[in-house]
Write a new protein. Sequence first.
Length: 235
Amino acid sequence: MTEVTPHPPPFMPAFWRGLRAFTPLIPGVVPFSMVAGIAAVQAGFTPAQSIAFSLIGYAGAAQLIASQLVASHTPTVLILLSTVIVNLRFALYSASMLPLFVGVPLPKRWLLAYGITDQSYAVVMGRPFTEPHPVAYYAGAAVLMWLTWQSGTAVGALLGARIPATWPLDFAVPLSFIALLVPVLKSRPQVVAAAVSAGVAVAAHNLPFRLNLILGAVCGVAIGYWVQRSQGKAA
């Protein structure tokens, strides 16, 4: 008797399900991406360079930080260090998503890894338990996120070229971070880490080359880890 090998679930239906699941997040992504494009132009990039920067970097928070650091003539090493620290969370995202990609060839994993963002990660991790093809579901969310972000960045870059440099748009950057941060502060270690990071960054704002951002991030991670360990021991 010949054993019948089950066919893998079709890719495209799951892809469209992931794309539709991401759709409600578009209104929040568009203004954030536009701010990233405007910030890059006001940091000295041309619109074309700003668009290329977004295509290569594709990391919202890191793009904003890098633009600010470039504008303040920060050394390249510190810019790279700052963006690496901000993007460390993607290593954790990748580790938690690894079971979803069992059997996926490595070249395809690299391509899919390029699409990891806070939003696409949230969509795939919040997928229905009955979803038979999580990779395709993630791909749908990641593709729509990429298209939305790059389109918004391009619009922001072109718009930013027409805005006088004297207009104070810096306020949009912290507002964007606050909008991203507040919804995810659900546990005591997270709240404490955010509060310490903000307090240290503000208190050390006179440090050169925006080192206050790095110091704030390091202190926040350290105190958040300590609080989490203390809670675990108490339990």
